[in-house]
Design a protein around this ligand. Structure first.
Ligand SMILES: [Zn+2]
Length: 394
């Protein structure tokens, strides 16, 4: 059956013959809607008044799932043009990236995902940013040359970039056909080659734009190291512009906050981080000088035959256990330190874990420990008086 998205990718509305094949499921002739296949999401739209909810390949046929049943006959089928434009643009951009990557950087494409928000192409080797940027520069040249995206069928002597991996359909290539000799090919395994000038020739069943000039722009936004190779996040066309605008706005905002040029932002940010670290250490040093006084001044609550020293107030988290230990020693019992909702307990006589549980039973929280020390968080802040009352309870 004739697939319009292969031969006439610009057709978004046409007259089709509808045949029912299941509950709310139909096939159409010609085929206007691209199915969910090859890492490319399915088209959406209407057949007559019926909404196309799903387009899938079922036993070699392209089956539409509609929101209502249709009587067999002729209908006008209409695509969601914006959606098709998006997926076809991204998908064609991926051909350009994969073709350049294979021919000029020895990178094989092992997976593809074309999403509505973002797209990725997985390469089999490590990709550094300098290579990714060169890939972008060479891709924009291909866009500017406005090369036609050509479709040919069953020309098996043509060398094609083989594709494998997640999201890539098992379209037969020459070598695959050798391996599969004697097996009946299903209709979807008709070899279709997509050729973009000298840039890329690959076996593909997706929907493309008619020429590379239609892609507009191709941008790489992120690189992620995978178990093997690299996942490259990219966007093309209007979405690439939108994403670039968002990132430019973030830079504008950062420049305003920092009062410096874009190029100076990384150094300034790094300097800021180092300063915060230094100040944290300095604060810890100053607090540690006060710990002995805090331990002495803490309120002591009798709990059974033991004494529990209690401190509720500001203190860096790193010093809470240290102070609790000093308080336990000074009281020759236990020390309980609460700062905001963090709690640290140290004990020489009572069970520290048991004390924490007792406090958590009253105010809620998480954490635990041993008879000698315990740490955790409370569900809400407490005062020293409230903590004393809780500890005194039987
Ligand atoms: Zn393709």
């Amino acid at each position: 059956m004739k697939r319009l998205y292969w031969t006439q990718p610009d057709v978004c509305e046409t007259d089709v013959e509808v045949v029912t094949v299941g509950e709310n499921q139909v096939t159409t002739d010609p085929i206007l809607f691209h199915p969910e296949e090859g890492g490319q999401p399915a088209d959406q739209g209407f057949v007559g008044d019926a909404v196309v909810k799903e387009v899938r390949v079922v036993e070699g046929r392209i089956v539409l799932t509609l929101d209502r049943p249709l009587v067999d006959g002729r209908y006008i089928a209409r695509l969601d043009r914006e959606r098709r434009l998006h997926t076809a643009t991204q998908h064609t951009a991926q051909h350009v990236l994969s073709g350049i990557a294979a021919a000029q950087f020895g990178l094989e494409t092992v997976g593809v995902h074309i999403g509505l928000e973002g797209c990725t192409v997985d390469f089999d080797k490590k990709v550094e940013w300098d290579v990714a940027e060169e890939l972008e520069r060479r891709a924009i040249r291909v866009v500017m040359l406005d090369l036609p995206v050509e479709t040919t069928f069953n020309e098996q002597e043509m060398p094609a970039r083989g594709r494998r991996g997640e999201g890539v359909p098992p379209v037969l290539t020459e070598s695959d056909e050798e391996k599969n000799k004697g097996r009946m090919p299903s209709p979807r395994e008709v070899l279709r080659l997509v050729k973009i000038g000298e840039v890329d020739t690959s076996a593909c069943c997706g929907a493309h734009v008619a020429s590379t000039g239609r892609i507009g722009v191709i941008r790489v936004f992120d690189l992620e190291t995978r178990k093997q190779g690299t996942r490259v996040s990219f966007l093309a066309g209007a979405r690439a512009l939108e994403r670039s605008q968002v990132e430019t706005a973030v830079l504008r905002e950062l420049r305003k906050l920092a009062g410096c040029a874009t190029a100076d932002l990384p150094a300034l940010f790094q300097k800021g981080q180092e300063r915060v670290k230094e100040l944290g250490k300095e604060l810890e040093r100053i607090w540690s000088l006060r710990l002995a006084d805090l331990a002495k001044a803490a309120e002591v609550v009798p709990v059974g035959a033991s004494s529990v020293s209690v401190y509720v107030g500001e203190l860096p988290r790193e010093l809470m256990s240290v102070l609790a230990g000093m308080m336990a020693e000074a009281a020759n019992g236990a020390g309980v330190v609460v700062s905001e909702v963090n709690i640290a307990i140290s004990s020489r006589t009572l069970d520290a874990g048991g004390l924490l549980k007792k406090i958590q039973n009253a105010v809620g929280g998480k954490g635990g420990g041993s008879p000698k020390s315990a740490n955790g968080r409370l569900d809400r802040p407490v005062t020293a008086d409230e903590l004393g009352d809780i500890l005194r309870r039987e």
